[in-house]
Design a protein around this ligand. Structure first.
Ligand code: R5P
Length: 299
């Protein structure tokens, strides 16, 4: 028996297997199911006494995942687990960190405070930090952020000849400039005005001198894909080659993946934080190292 036991929340089995191999951890045997009235049932079968327990659950469609995480965490603790960590490669509730309209709840903060009572530590990948600069502003437990930039840069170097890195909005500057530097190529950050959750307007600077390059658009989340689609349309109008679109988190609501594929892209590539056919950039090596480091700091 090893000192670390990883439990997969439903739908995270492949990621859990990959991480467990890389961390030399056991995969825990457990049951998460529902009673007829839809209450959550959990049972931890593997012995977790004196172990570090890692719950692996990407938080896409988060609401129904929170109670199983809570119950598993409480159960593991009651069975003698030393610490319970949540590994959420995609972390939800990072948008509503401000009262945009009177009466709105600061759900980003509330969620962070809630999760801080559920587990002992949290690890995520490139959370959507916008108006707050650190997870510690909302999470009162040890937390760590894994950055995908190095792996994205490596993928671009390996697969794209003569790229230029494009950021669709000013928020993307933080990752786009680092990636461009690591790849050793120029970058351009566009201007985006979001009119609503479903409408965005993109402003494109002068691109003539980059016409012989392959545009690689990099964004953290692809959700409705409107940001990517508008960017692709503008690049096309500017006479650029079909772009490669890279997203860290493949949310792809509704038919957005197909719409993006159909709008004139070269290809669509994402990291494996949310399971999706576009996943091509594997982050499990850097994620596994961060989990191991966090556990050794906690125990
Ligand atoms: C916004 O600030 C983010 O960085 C992404 O640009 C945004 O989440 C993309 O959303 P959508 O795919 O719905 O345009």
């Amino acid at each position: 028996m090893k000192d670390i036991v990883c439990f997969s929340l439903p739908g995270n089995e492949i990621l859990t297997e990959q991480l467990s191999i890389k961390m030399d951890a056991d995969i825990g045997n457990h049951i998460v199911s529902k009673f007829p009235d839809q209450e959550t049932y959990v049972r931890v079968v593997t012995d977790v006494q004196d172990k570090a327990v890692v719950l692996i659950c990407t938080l896409y469609e988060p609401n129904e995942k929170i109670l199983p995480i809570y119950f598993l965490s409480r159960t593991a603790k009651s069975l003698g687990a030393k610490k319970v960590l949540l590994v959420a490669p995609y972390l939800a509730y990072m948008r509503q960190d401000k009262e945009f309209h009177k009466g709105e709840g600061l759900t980003s903060q509330y969620f962070g405070e809630l999760m801080s009572t559920v587990v002992d530590a949290i690890i995520t990948i490139d959370p959507h930090l916008h108006r707050i600069t650190s997870l510690s502003e909302h999470y009162r437990i040890p937390n760590a952020v894994v950055h995908s930039g190095v792996e994205i840069s490596r993928w671009i170097k390996d697969y794209i000849n003569n790229p230029i890195i494009i950021g669709p909005d000013t928020e993307s500057k933080q990752w786009v400039s680092d990636i461009a530097l690591a790849v050793g190529v120029p970058h351009v950050v566009l201007g985006k005005i979001r009119h609503s959750a479903n409408t965005v307007e993109i402003r494109l600077p002068e691109m003539v001198r980059y016409k012989n390059k392959v545009p690689v658009v990099v964004d953290d989340i692809i959700s409705t894909a409107h940001t990517m689609i508008e960017t692709v349309k503008h690049l096309k109008r500017a006479g650029m080659k079909p772009p490669v679109c890279i997203g860290i988190h493949a949310i792809f609501s509704g038919s957005s993946y197909q719409e993006l594929l159909d709008c004139g892209v070269h290809s669509v590539v994402t990291c494996n934080t949310v399971r999706h056919p576009s996943n091509a950039i594997d982050l499990t090596n850097i994620l596994a190292s961060q989990i191991t480091e966090m556990i050794s700091n906690l125990t």
